[in-house]
Design a protein around this ligand. Sequence first.
Ligand code: PMP
Length: 402
Amino acid sequence: MDHRVINFGAGPSALPEPVLEEAMKGLLNFQGTGIGIAEISHRSKEFGAFLSNVESLIRSQLGVPSTHSILFTQGGGSAQFSAVVLNFLARHRLLHPELSGEDPVLDYVVTGSWSKKAAEEAKRLGGSKVNIAADARKHSQDQKSFDNIPPHDAYTFSADPALIYYCENETVDGVQYSNNESAPSSFPFHLLKQGSLLPLVADYSSSFMSRPIPHLADHALIFAGAQKNIGPAGLTVLIVRQDCIVDVDAAAKLGAIPVPLTMSYKTLADSKSLYNTPPVLTIFISGLVLQRMKDQGGVEYYAEVNRRKAEKVYEVLKTGKSKGVLHGKVKEGSGSWTNIVFDVLGDGLEAKFLAEAEKLGMKSLKGHRSIGGIRVSLYNAITEEQTDKLVAYIFDFVEQNA
Ligand code: PMP
């Protein structure tokens, strides 16, 4: 479709065109039922089969073990900021009824705007003490920016926290954990208590399905909103280890904070994610995206393409090549593959950068309002060719404005 531009937006973000075309057909007639996908009952056998296939597509591509359930819910990543606290406090209370009356500790690693927000919600909900296990700002150049993944010796985990929380990819600030375990910017899995069922929680909202998940089986919960790599907004995917699906009402009787039924992982698990009406259309489009991913070689294939796309953009930001016109905001080695943030230096040059890109059909490059600058989001639907077009433009821009 020639009126479409390249959308480098951070989310909701670009979706593959062939999927959108197929989705249009499904809107009129879902799998030959004669009923459109936005109109069909979520309890119909056709939708039930589709939903269970969406689960299989995630399970097989990420290698999710049988110890973990895949659940679907709503409320986005933000609702999980609250749900994780409530469900893990309930779990901790059931594991340690003898500690009734004491507030358990929640460990939060703060590497950017989203993990900061999650930690604030944990404090707000109460019933726990929040320990900031590491704060990336303390390791930044100006002591206040989220421009790095902290070194391994910066972490202080508690002895028996009710949860240990981190955000794998900080969408606003453009920092991401390395997926190479020997890199200093990898997550320090080796510092966690080995051999126990760790309450390790990860926000994968903006990197879900972009590459394999390191140490997936060691996680208690991985959550992600759909609206970046897999579909429209409205769906949240949870990969949850079964020991974290607990009877929240039994925990409440022991003094834990009551958990709203729609937020309880047990409600979702018992009802096979159909406790109430799910976002049927979003699940449909996400299923089409995931099927296409599988047909193309799965998450491993996307990881390779995504690595190359990111390398190409970071290459232009290197000092020798950006000629004082551009300045990457993130410390080398901590940069996200998905959201790449930089400043355009010089009076009026940022506006010029955005305007000229737009004339060439490249949109949504403006950085998040909280940090400004430019943000290039390279989700799965952005092809390598589209990335090449952007990179060529950036090189040209640097040449003309150096
Ligand atoms: N975590 C991360 C890393 C995000 O990027 C976002 C949204 N951009 C959220 C959480 C919040 O997600 P939602 O808007 O779906 O609540």
